[in-house]
Ligand binder design. Structure first.
Ligand code: PFF
Length: 456
């Protein structure tokens, strides 16, 4: 059965699913950490500019490609330019998304463990005196992540949940899950904003996050903001091409791109409003905001000092789990759609073909913190190698190729017809979007790529 005729059943479902893909660990822990290390509000300012000037046009290019071709990430290129090597771009997107899936699933498993530990109360069973708390949560995180078996169990639970949802299909699986999960996520975020803002000294943190000091803007800050915008909007991995192939013909792509980007930005900003006041209030330093430490050490420390510790902890890790789950589903869907279309397989078979190898590949990523930690590729653990390869190299390369394809290879009318729904909409901004895709986006994204090489 081909998936080419499947569509999302409602506008809300379509938005919820696409926002579910965009909103993930990138918003919840990567964004606050990037903001902290790139100068606070100045980074936020540049991030917003990158998102609107570059992110939305690239999102529109992916949407147009997917909906116009009504095909998976590889099939879209084959359909529009048959008998040319352009399908390789789609192939790279599938590969990139699969590599990301291998390690993203591991981290999603960690969020599940912390949700479970919060529910059982075990997370707060150690010495919670102020002096011992930091080292006690650190030790807990390290002993969990660096163990072999417990993270594998959670990883397999996550893979199982993913298989079940993917098998249920686009409408009954992905759309239904997103319709339930996304409102929960926004509600939880609002609750946390309220809690964080009511802490003593919260305004200091808010000032850091929202009052820009423009002298802090450097080329490095711009490149990091650009990278974060692409990561957060799930660009350059075929996710948006695949999801847009499920958009009905009358979906307004411009409006959808703006809504999705705005909601993705809103989650990142709300997360900043949760983190920075809390950090200021509890007098924490920058090292406590980095990656896993932020969510698995710093936040539990904050919850432990608040009333209703367990309640806040359960709600926060539920939020994190929801964000991670809807993103893993969207990343996996790229490969599922490709197998379904290319090899004419049923959804159930395609889901199994995609997910079963993860039991091995993701296990290797998980074990790279434990007994495989000495196994390195170019001096990096398997986990870090895949992370760097996929997000710093594949993601910008695929994005540049998509821009070149839509700006220089397919006819301008194809792009325009998609944006204007075959002339039914005015598409006043189309010339600007087209100009950006053709001339501005490729060199700017190239900058992200070059800077990744310099950093490596
Ligand atoms: N956009 C989502 C996030 O911000 O977490 C999911 C995601 C998918 C991020 C793929 C990054 C990525 F490479």
């Amino acid at each position: 059965m081909s998936n080419s005729k499947v569509t999302f059943s409602s506008k809300i479902g379509l938005i919820a699913a696409t926002v579910g893909s965009a909103v993930g660990l990138g918003n919840v822990w990567r964004f606050p950490a990037e903001t902290q290390s790139n100068g606070g509000a100045a980074f936020l300012f540049i991030y917003i500019i990158c998102l609107f000037i570059l992110g939305i046009p690239v999102m529109l290019a992916e949407f147009s490609l997917g909906r116009g071709a009504k095909s998976d990430a590889v099939g879209a290129f084959t359909k529009l330019k048959p008998s040319t090597p352009w399908w390789v771009t789609g192939g790279l997107a599938v590969l990139a998304s699969y590599l990301i899936l291998c390690f993203y699933m591991v981290v999603a498993g960690w969020t599940f463990e912390y949700l479970w530990q919060s529910l059982t109360g075990n997370l707060y069973s150690a010495d919670l005196s102020k002096a011992a708390m930091d080292s006690s949560f650190h030790a807990k995180m390290e002993s969990y992540i660096c163990a072999d078996i417990p993270p594998l169990i959670n990883l397999y639970i996550l893979i199982g949940i993913n298989i079940a949802i993917l098998m249920c299909g686009v409408q009954k699986g992905i759309e239904r899950l997103s319709n339930i999960m996304m409102p929960i996520l926004f509600l939880l975020l609002l609750v946390f904003c309220g809690v964080s803002l009511s802490l003593p000294g919260a305004s200091e943190g808010l000032k850091f996050f929202l009052t820009p000091d423009f002298s802090k803007i450097t080329p490095g800050v711009v490149v990091n903001a650009l990278g974060q915008a692409f990561f957060s909007m799930s660009l350059g991995m075929g996710i948006l091409i695949t999801y847009a192939s499920y958009f009905p013909k009358d979906t307004k792509l411009g409006k959808t791109a703006i809504t999705v980007s705005f909601l993705d930005l809103l989650v990142a900003i709300l997360m900043g409003i949760v983190i920075f006041p809390a950090v200021a209030s509890f007098g924490l330093d920058e090292s406590q905001l980095r990656g896993a430490t932020l969510v698995f050490v710093t936040l539990p420390e904050i919850f432990a000092q608040m009333q209703f510790t367990q309640l806040w902890s359960v709600l926060f890790f539920l939020l994190l789990f929801v964000a991670a789950l809807t993103s893993t589903i969207s990343i996996a869907e790229v490969s599922v759609a490709w197998i379904q279309d290319r090899f004419n397989k049923s959804r159930i078979i395609a889901s199994l073909i995609v997910m079963l190898p993860l039991f091995i590949f993701s296990s290797l990523c998980s074990l790279s913190f434990g007994s495989l930690s000495s196994l390195t590729i170019f001096g990096l653990t398997i986990f870090d190698f895949l992370d760097n390869l996929a997000t710093n190299i594949f993601l910008p390369v695929v994005s540049i190729l998509i821009c070149c394809f839509m700006g220089w290879v397919v006819k301008k009318d194809f792009f325009k017809n998609e944006i204007t729904n075959n002339g039914k909409l005015k598409g006043k901004l189309f010339p600007i979007v087209y100009f950006i895709i053709k001339y501005i986006a490729p060199p700017l994204i190239l900058l992200i790529l070059i800077s990744a090489f310099i950093k490596i």
